[in-house]
Design a protein around this ligand. Structure first.
Ligand code: UDX
Length: 454
């Protein structure tokens, strides 16, 4: 379809390489939709592992990169090891795919740029080999992008892993972050992780950096990044606002929760989701469940299949809990999150603070309960609770009493109402940024100009 549409127009072709996880595929597919609307041809070059649904994007060409991952590796919860293998395995196969692809294409359009998620840094090496310009896309916040490279230095100084006595200490030059907020993965090998960080944050030959953030949210951090990298930096987020209809879910959305929300009153429901990769054990799930039940507030809760490794979906929710919440709880496997957050009935979001969820919540003016699990989520949670002051901290082990108090505070008390006002103010600022003449629009035009110049 794309081929027919493009015949004779000789559009410039961009190859976009997403990271193979929901939180990375989502912003890359959104970026692809936006760039398509600016008259570029789009090829999505993706790993076999967690492939996006090509049928949902008839306007793009898809190129599957053989990633060499075994079934066992794909099921491994150690994301750092998976990414190391993907980067090792795909360098050769991606290059082959591109060479074969360009030989066989009848479009005659050369690839003008490779835009790659910084975690799939093999793409940059291939771009360099083939002398194709490249741009790195960091899908996390500017705060994470600024602080992660210093982990290597902190490790060399013996500050990582931080001893208990250091956990509350502010990170020099990176306040409001404390050592406990540093974006480290607590699964797998720390050495492998830091090797990956070194490669992810080394720009090498790439000409620019794209960030899914907004100038008004992270102005000083963006200035820091400009100084460090000395290349154009394009904060063009929140991308979902520029491509609202882009189909990006790897899991089937259960839209049945929308009619349930329709029956609830204004701002009464707390929406609960810990994203696409966080895991927990049975006790933690049970503490969450009873905290919600005891709060007496209506809730919509996403329990992803596989949330408790090795266990089927909600087989383990006990009957007493189900009886207790039957009139005011709705549990689904995967929700249409953006629609949920935009729903009038939703008044709070208990989240793991993945960057996409953080942006989506701010964009709908929904205050949060912050329960970061790992990596950049800790940075986002710290900014939500201590910089933008639109989220309540739910640190440490999950315990039903703490959950109940947090839910009540957010949904019913003055502190929660003040957060709701502040997040609405932020939402308005973001709305201005994405409107005509706003910062994100401006940077999107600059990005399109740069891509056209290649
Ligand atoms: C991962 C990392 O965990 C996160 O820290 C990083 O910032 C991005 O990559 P994930 O855990 O999936 O992402 O969280 P998040 O970034 O919030 O992305 C989840 C996406 O899935 C969001 O766009 C959200 O709208 C969507 N989602 C989530 C649904 O569509 N339905 C759901 O039920 C839950």
């Amino acid at each position: 379809m794309e081929k027919m549409e493009n015949e004779g127009r000789n559009l410039k072709r961009l190859v976009l390489v997403p990271g193979p996880f929901q939180g990375h595929l989502t912003p890359m597919l959104q970026l692809a939709t936006i760039l398509k609307s600016k008259d570029f041809s789009i090829t999505i070059a993706h790993t076999l592992f967690n492939s996006p649904d090509s049928s949902a994007h008839p306007d793009f060409t898809f190129l599957c990169i053989p990633d060499g991952l075994s079934e066992q590796e794909v099921g491994n919860p150690d994301l750092v090891s998976i990414m190391r293998r993907v980067n090792d395995n795909c360098k050769f196969s991606f290059k082959e795919c591109l060479i074969q692809g360009t030989n066989h294409t009848k479009l005659g359009d050369k690839i003008c740029c490779i835009i790659y998620d910084a975690i799939v840094y093999f793409s940059e090496a291939v771009a360099r080999d083939l002398k194709i310009p490249s741009i790195a896309f960091h899908t996390s916040s500017a705060a994470t992008t600024a602080v992660r490279p210093i982990l290597i230095q902190l490790m060399a100084q013996g500050h990582i892993p931080a001893p208990d006595s250091m956990l509350e200490v502010p990170v020099p030059l990176h306040q409001p972050l404390r050592f406990k907020d540093l974006p480290i993965f607590n699964v797998g090998s720390l050495d492998y992780f830091l090797e990956g960080v070194a490669l992810t944050y080394n720009l090498r030959s790439s000409s620019a950096i794209i960030l899914n953030t907004v100038h008004c949210l992270e102005e000083s951090l963006l200035a820091q990044l400009r100084q460090k990298y000395q290349v154009p930096i394009f904060p063009i987020g929140p991308l979902h606002k520029f491509s609202p209809t882009s189909a990006v879910s790897l899991l089937q959305e259960d839209t049945g929760c929308i009619p349930w929300l329709d029956k609830q009153t204004h701002n009464s429901v707390i929406y609960v989701s810990l994203g696409s990769v966080a895991h927990m054990n049975q006790d933690q799930l049970s503490e969450m469940a009873w905290g919600l039940a005891n709060s007496k507030e209506p809730f919509l809760w996403v329990i992803r299949p596989g949330t408790i490794p090795g266990s089927e979906w909600t087989e383990s929710m006990d009957e007493e809990f189900e009886e207790c919440v039957k009139d005011r709880g709705c549990i689904v496997k995967w929700a249409p999150q953006k629609k949920v957050l935009a729903h009038d009935a939703v008044g709070g979001f208990w989240s793991h603070c993945g960057w996409n969820s953080t942006l989506e919540s701010i964009c709908e003016g929904v205050p949060m309960i912050c329960q970061p699990c790992f990596g950049d989520q800790k940075v986002n949670a710290r900014y939500l609770t201590h910089e933008w002051m639109v989220g309540l901290d739910l640190e440490g082990e999950i315990e039903r009493g703490a959950v109940e108090r947090a839910v009540r505070t957010l949904m019913k008390e003055k502190e929660g109402e003040e957060m709701r006002q502040r997040v609405l103010d932020l939402k308005h600022k973001v709305d201005v940024s994405i409107g005509d003449g706003g910062s994100s629009c401006h940077y999107l035009s600059e990005l399109a100009e740069l891509l056209t110049s290649f």
